[in-house]
Design a binder for this molecule. Structure first.
Ligand SMILES: C[S@@+](CC[C@H](N)C(=O)[O-])C[C@H]1O[C@@H](n2cnc3c(N)ncnc32)[C@H](O)[C@@H]1O
Length: 245
């Protein structure tokens, strides 16, 4: 079976779960963006010369929702081991029923910890999660990802950067100009917690505030995810690869 046939064989989640991750219930949009993002993640790894989905690699989808992305990523990397976590109990329940053979799914909290040992995960990616949560939470998660990643492990996160900020209100753009980050209450999404709102970052803010002695930015790519979110690729210190920057 081809990877595309394998992902098509996975049932489509119900409309309310699709709406929570895509913003609309349209099934075509759910499939289109899931497939597109999966390809975008792979392209970011390829461009950086990094393996994605290698046999035995342990990959975590942080904020996986109802597996919009995982359903396309997993069939193309069937020798890797996948985990998905989310605060959305209904989405994780759906994944557990329909994707139990392909990945392990866990409900996690607003803030760390993750249910993984230190240095046990090779790749963490989070699509459209830091674009919705407060900065204190982001800081706590960056530290937690650093804990669970193997030495040399890779972290990929998407953020609402300059392209999305162009569509924001004037006060949001002003706050971005002075603070480099704006966490904005926009009404939220039915079914998700109150703190799940909108967050915008400037590239400079990410580049100045995210790196630590143990976590370095490898690349910052504008409009890399869904043609509008920026992608930040980071690497935990250690392992046998040299820092790119
Ligand atoms: C826009 S949706 C994207 C879902 C998925 N990454 C995708 O691209 O289809 C954001 C997801 O992040 C989850 N989320 C938000 N904060 C989280 C947190 N602190 N821990 C785990 N998941 C979180 C939400 O429940 C939601 O499923």
């Amino acid at each position: 079976m081809t990877a595309e046939a394998a992902s098509s064989a996975i049932p489509v989640p119900p409309a309310h779960l699709r709406t929570r991750v895509t913003g609309v219930e349209d099934e075509g949009m759910f499939q289109f963006f899931g497939r597109r993002i999966s390809g975008e993640i792979r392209a970011l790894f390829d461009t950086a010369g990094l393996p994605f989905g290698a046999p035995g690699q342990k990959i975590l989808d942080f904020g996986c929702g109802c597996a919009r992305v995982l359903r396309h990523v997993m069939p193309e990397a069937d020798q890797a081991r996948f985990h998905g976590v989310d605060v959305d109990v209904q989405a994780i329940d759906w994944c557990r029923v329909h994707l139990a053979d392909s990945a392990e799914f866990t409900v996690t909290g607003r803030r760390p910890p993750l249910p993984f040992d230190d240095a046990s995960i090779d790749v963490v990616y989070g699509v459209s999660v830091f674009s919705h949560i407060p900065e204190d939470d982001q800081r706590a998660w960056l530290a937690e990802f650093t804990r669970v990643l193997t030495p040399g492990g890779i972290l990929l996160l998407s953020v609402n950067g300059a392209a999305v900020a162009r569509m924001a209100t004037t006060p949001v753009r002003e706050q971005l100009g002075t603070e480099g980050i704006a966490y904005v209450h926009d009404g939220g999404i039915p079914g998700l917690p109150d703190w799940y709102q909108m967050c915008f970052h400037t590239r400079e803010h990410v580049e100045q505030n995210w790196p630590t002695a143990r976590l370095r930015i490898m690349s910052y790519t504008e409009n890399a995810i869904m043609m509008c979110q920026d992608a930040v690729l980071l690497r935990k210190a250690g392992g046998d690869r040299e820092e790119i920057r």
